[in-house]
Design a protein around this ligand. Structure first.
Ligand code: ADP
Ligand code: MG
Length: 160
């Protein structure tokens, strides 16, 4: 699916729709992994902010470039537009791989275990830098800058 947006609000709306879809899809065997690619300033963190807000996260999401990984607890019932919805997801994990030299650094942070846990939703910025650790089943998001305040967001559900 390809979307074009003309500003951060529109981008967050797309992210919000994806978050709702994931909540509705129910429990999976493993964590949901969302791999985000795109240049510096493309809109990856902006997208994640919209995603997190829809999951009911009140904390201010910033780019975790200097800490690599941040955990945000999800409330039990995020308020969605059409009424409240309970969710089995418990944790959103935000990773920024920009400064990582090697995907193995994420293994030391316990990411394999985090990815095995179906209660987690993991969003990884600069996922192209840590390809070996991205599970074959994931949601791939590629963001391209196409003009002033305009971006193209490609969302791909990768199953194999
Ligand atoms: P990244 O995480 O990819 O480095 P950010 O999301 O931190 O990028 O920054 C994107 C910047 O571009 C923000 O300042 C945002 O307000 C701005 N911006 C302008 N147009 C858009 C758009 N259509 N979608 C998302 N962000 C946009
Ligand atoms: Mg960022």
């Amino acid at each position: 699916m390809i979307y074009k947006t003309k500003g951060p609000k529109e981008t967050q709306k797309i992210a919000s729709e994806l978050a709702k879809k994931i909540l509705k899809s129910g429990v999976q065997k493993h964590a949901v992994t969302i791999a985000l690619e795109g240049e510096l300033g493309a809109g990856k963190t902006t997208f994640i902010k919209g995603f997190a807000k829809t999951l009911g996260i009140k904390a201010h999401i910033t780019s975790p470039t200097f800490v690599i990984l941040k955990n945000y607890k999800l409330p039990a019932s995020p308020k969605l537009q059409r009424g409240e919805q309970t969710t089995n997801y418990k944790l959103l994990v935000h990773i920024d791989a920009y400064r990582l030299k090697n995907y193995r650094d994420l293994i030391s942070l316990g990411l394999k275990e985090t990815m095995a846990n179906p209660e987690n939703i993991i969003l990884i910025e600069w996922s192209e830098r840590v390809k070996p650790i991205i599970p074959s089943k994931h949601i791939g998001i590629h963001i391209d800058h196409t003009g002033k305040d305009e971006i193209k967001i490609s969302v791909k559900n990768v199953t194999e």
